[in-house]
Every structure is written in structure tokens, then in C-alpha cells.
Design a protein around this ligand. Structure first.
Ligand SMILES: Nc1ncnc2c1ncn2[C@@H]1O[C@H](COP(=O)(O)OP(=O)(O)O)[C@@H](O)[C@H]1O
Ligand SMILES: CC(=O)OP(=O)(O)O
Ligand SMILES: [Mg+2]
Length: 394
């Protein structure tokens, strides 16, 4: 029995699991939410016990301590943990694959904070918090950016002055890589075809959202860029926008910091319709709310645009794959996207699309020119496997 503790520290949350990668079924699963707000919550599931607590966690350090306390009080014991895997969003140029975390690695992660200000500080807090409690086991950093280190030069280079680009390391990195890779492998298994033969478009649509074009298992393009702001419309992020907006708003009296906060935290679904959660958006649309309807149209249109672009870049597409919180659960989003693509031969199977399930499934009709799949992601399982690989090779 080799239990691995997996920590996925987001900007305001920590998702965690205790998992033996060979068994695949978690021994414990939990989530801390609304870290830093007036009331935070922690939910810890072990066996058929579901524990819930509400308290303020001022930061990720306090939240990690609360997670450890849950394990101490309700189990399972962390004594048999052999390694800890940490989701680490930005690896920059420095890290193109997972690494065992040393003090030097933590120092580099600090240097990368400007590239992922919402994501890297929580990861560092998670690493420091978990190392304090489990100092004698290896800790492994698994980078969102690693899977996209295969991007061709013409996909990762921005069309700006090349000296400025090189000097400051301005390039597309791509994020959610662990999920894009895992889901593409699962899609190949579902289709019963070798991944090497498949042209796939993966849409990882959660609170943060990104798409990728994957040719034979290799990522050749992705929608997130230097930072996790580019690309799709997200819960609070604008995604693609005219870069001229920055200068324009600064001219109107905003500071560049305020513009950055606007685009990262006050835009997307929240900015357009006052709600970040797709369940609330869909409910508002059903109630006839015009802002929510417009937000959903903009949101789905962006996904449709990327599908068209990536089908063209790939030179054909075998399957489009939806995953993550919205992709797996929001049938209305999938319906709108697939129906918009009818001109390209996409044909939705409405009954299959309405099914709620935790397993991979197809949601298009047998006559559809392109298959559309829903494939649940499991970043924690992929992270556990990766952690085992690093420590056994280490
Ligand atoms: N049943 C549901 N129907 C529609 N959307 C859902 C449902 N459950 C979750 N979501 C959406 O998924 C999002 C969370 O997705 P997730 O992949 O967990 O995101 P993240 O990892 O970025 O926190 C929520 O903000 C919500 O918009
Ligand atoms: C990189 C990123 O956007 O991550 P998340 O979806 O967890 O916010
Ligand atoms: Mg996520």
C-alpha cells in the first residue's frame, strides 16, 4: 500500500486526495473553499463519512493546517504517506517536467510568481505547509505547463519584437497540462484507438478554462498563454481581449494593477452577469436574464471559435473532448457548442448529452462527422502516478 497525498492549491481553494495510484480509488478526498474570505469551508470525505466545517482560513498556510487536522482527527492516518504531489501551475522555462522539491526549487517558484500571481503563491504555501508536517517523505512538484513544452515554436512565440520577447521570456506556456494529457489518453482508450493516430481537441472548462490541439498525443497548440489569462472566457477572467484595452483604460485613469485585477478577477462570467458559477448562469438564463444569456453566448462562441481554429491547425479532427467542472456537467453549454457546429457536420445526440455520469461517454449521433466526448478528468490520479514515477526514478 503506497499512499500518496495530492495537493491541488488553487487561488482560493485546496483540493486534496489520499490515493494509491495502483488502486486508483481515493482513501480520502477533500476540498477547502473560500480561503481568505470571511467564512471558509472544509469538506473531508473518508469511507462513508462526510465531514464539513466552516471557519475562517486567512491563507493557504492555515488551510493546509486544517487539512492535516482533518486527517489527524478523522483519518486516514498520514503515517503511511510515502510521498506528496503538489500541483504547481507555472514552471516557466525552468521546469519542463516534474521534480522533487528542494529548497532551490522553492526559490525558483518564488521567482516565477509574477507569471502566475493567483496560482503560484498558494502552491508554495501548500508545499511549505505539507513539508512542515511530512518532512521525511519526498515532495514532488507537477507542473501545469509541462505537457505544453512540446508546443512548436510557431505556437509558443508571440508576434512581438523578438528581442523584447527573448529578453523577458515572453512566450506561450499553456496550463492545465496534467488534465489535457490525462483526458487525451482516456479519450483514446474510450475510442479504442491508439492515441498516436488521433487528432483531438480537448476543452478543459472549469472555473479556469483552456483548450488544446493534440496531434498523436503531442500538444501542438493551446489557448492559455504567458499567464492563465488568455483564451476562453472563464469564471472571472476575460480570456482573449484587444491588448489596446490596457492603454485605453490607463488613459481613463486606471492603474495597470487595476486593469490586471479587472481582467483576472472581475471579468468573464462574473463581470458580464454577476455570477461565476455556470449553474447560476444557466438558472438565470432559464429565468430570462438578458445579461446571463449574453454572457453564455459569448462564452460558448469563444469555445466554438477555438474548435474551428484547432480543427484547421490539426488538419482534421477525430474527436472534441469536454472535461472539468463545466465541461463534465453543463449539458447546456455542450448543447450550444455542438449545435453551433452543425454546419461542419457535428450532430448532437440530445439524450446522450443529458446523461449525468462520472464515466467517459459520447454525446454525438453515430452519423456525426466528428465525435464529441465527455471524459471526466482526474488530475489527482495523474499527479499520483507522476509522483510515483519521479520518486521511483529519483
Ligand atoms: N452541475 C454543474 N452544472 C454546471 N456547471 C457546473 C456544475 N458543477 C460544477 N460546475 C462548474 O464547474 C466549475 C468548477 O470547475 P472545476 O473544474 O472544479 O474548476 P477549478 O478547478 O478551476 O476550480 C464551477 O465554477 C461551475 O461553474
Ligand atoms: C491555470 C488555471 O487557470 O488553473 P485553475 O483552473 O485551477 O484556476
Ligand atoms: Mg482545476
Amino acid at each position: 500500500m503506497a499512499s500518496i497525498l495530492l495537493l491541488n492549491c488553487g487561488s482560493s481553494s485546496i483540493k486534496y486526495q489520499l490515493l494509491d495510484p495502483e488502486v486508483g480509488v481515493p482513501e480520502a478526498v477533500g476540498i477547502v473553499q473560500r480561503i481568505g474570505q470571511d467564512v471558509s469551508t472544509i469538506d473531508h470525505e473518508v469511507g462513508d463519512q462526510e465531514l464539513h466545517d466552516e471557519r475562517r482560513f486567512a491563507d493557504h498556510t492555515e488551510a493546509v493546517a486544517a487539512v492535516v487536522k482533518m486527517f489527524d482527527e478523522h483519518g486516514p492516518s498520514l503515517d503511511k504517506v510515502v510521498a506528496v504531489g503538489h500541483r504547481t501551475v507555472h514552471g516557466g522555462d525552468e521546469f519542463v517536467e516534474s521534480v522533487e522539491i528542494t529548497d532551490a526549487v522553492v526559490a525558483k517558484l518564488h521567482e516565477l510568481i509574477p507569471l502566475a500571481p493567483l496560482h503560484n503563491p498558494p502552491a508554495i504555501a501548500g508545499i511549505e505547509g505539507a513539508k512542515a508536517v511530512l518532512p521525511d517523505v519526498p515532495h514532488v512538484a507537477i507542473f501545469d505547463t509541462a505537457f505544453f513544452s512540446s508546443l512548436p515554436e510557431e505556437a509558443y512565440t508571440y508576434a512581438i519584437d523578438r528581442e523584447v520577447g527573448r529578453k523577458h521570456g515572453i512566450r506561450r506556456y499553456g496550463f492545465h497540462g496534467t488534465s489535457h494529457q490525462f483526458v487525451s489518453q482516456e479519450a483514446a482508450k474510450f475510442l479504442g484507438r491508439p492515441l498516436e493516430d488521433l487528432k483531438l481537441i480537448v476543452a478543459h472548462i472549469g472555473n479556469g478554462a483552456s483548450m488544446s490541439a493534440i496531434d498523436g498525443g503531442v500538444a501542438i497548440d493551446t489557448s492559455m498563454g504567458l499567464t492563465p489569462l488568455e483564451g476562453l472566457v472563464m469564471g472571472t477572467r476575460s480570456g482573449d481581449i484587444d491588448p489596446g484595452v490596457h492603454q485605453f483604460l490607463v488613459g481613463k485613469g486606471m492603474t495597470i494593477q487595476e486593469v490586471d485585477t479587472l481582467l483576472n478577477k472581475q471579468s468573464g462570467l462574473l463581470g458580464m452577469a454577476d455570477k461565476t458559477d455556470m449553474r447560476d448562469i444557466v438558472a438565470a438564463v432559464e429565468a430570462g436574464d438578458h445579461d446571463a444569456e449574453l454572457a453564455l453566448k459569448i462564452y460558448t462562441r469563444r469555445i466554438v471559435k477555438y474548435i474551428g481554429a484547432y480543427a484547421a491547425i490539426l488538419g482534421g479532427v477525430d474527436a472534441v473532448v469536454f472535461t472539468a467542472g463545466v465541461g463534465e456537467n453543463a449539458a447546456e453549454v455542450r448543447r450550444r457548442v455542438v449545435e453551433s457546429l452543425s454546419g461542419l457536420g457535428f450532430e448532437l445526440d440530445p439524450e446522450a448529452n443529458a446523461v449525468r455520469s462520472k464515466v467517459a461517454r459520447e454525446i454525438t449521433a453515430p452519423t456525426s462527422r466528428v465525435k464529441v466526448l465527455v471524459v471526466p478528468t482526474n488530475e489527482e490520479l495523474a499527479m499520483a502516478r507522476e509522483t510515483m514515477r519521479v520518486i521511483s526514478e529519483g
